[in-house]
Design a binder for this molecule. Structure first.
Ligand code: MN
Length: 202
């Protein structure tokens, strides 16, 4: 478990995010993947893969692209607890990541390499996604970062297969994979800033 940074950044008496203090994780078949759409100070997507009892996490400013010629910048951020996968709601303003969070896609993933830990160390992880929106073969490749960020910089790239297309899935399928709500509807239901959230809807 490497959730110290996750816990340090958050005040769990204020944010509705999971506190990551449970030790028992329900064992389900397969490894979870989730993509959160997060209307914080900047709109971005958070791409998360279950590995070693946490969700490895990357912030993807433009979100995933189904076009294999498009490389999407993905900054690795702190590991998140497994319970975070189904978190959808509003993080209060002034708190870390304050804004509206949507489960934009959820499902399972399958490594396409024999040793995931080694692939992560070497900076090239190939995998398949089995989500409601994202499917087929993908790769995360570590790259030289922009600027001076100490965060590892990666690229998220779709491989060419039956699910590749140049249609923009973030525009065509903007709603929650769990609740079918828009960001504005989540903000309205959970007491957030509706106008700010709506600015992240197409
Ligand atoms: Mn985020």
């Amino acid at each position: 478990m490497a959730l110290e940074e996750y816990r340090k950044k958050r005040r769990f008496d204020i944010t509705p995010e999971p506190a990551a203090d449970s030790t028992a994780h329900p064992r389900k078949k397969g490894l979870t993947f989730v993509v959160h759409k997060h209307r914080a100070s900047h709109l971005h997507y958070d791409f998360r893969l279950q590995w070693n009892d946490v969700l490895l996490s990357w912030a993807v400013p433009k979100g995933p692209s189904l076009n294999p010629s498009v490389k999407r910048f993905a900054t690795q951020v702190e590991d998140h607890p497994l319970e975070y996968a189904r978190f959808e709601g509003v993080i209060p303003q002034g708190e870390y990541g304050g804004g509206t969070v949507m489960v934009w896609d959820i499902g399972t993933w399958t490594p396409a390499v024999p040793d995931v830990d080694e692939a992560l160390r070497k900076g090239e992880l190939k995998f398949a996604l089995h989500g409601k929106k994202l499917k087929g073969s993908w790769v995360l490749v570590r790259t030289r970062g922009l600027g001076r960020s100490p965060r590892p910089a990666w690229l998220l790239i779709k491989h060419r297969d039956a699910y590749a297309t140049d249609r923009d899935i973030t525009v065509e399928q903007p709603r929650s994979a769990l609740s079918n709500r828009t960001l504005a509807e989540i903000a309205r239901d959970e007491g957030g800033d509706v106008a700010h959230a709506a600015s992240g809807d197409p």
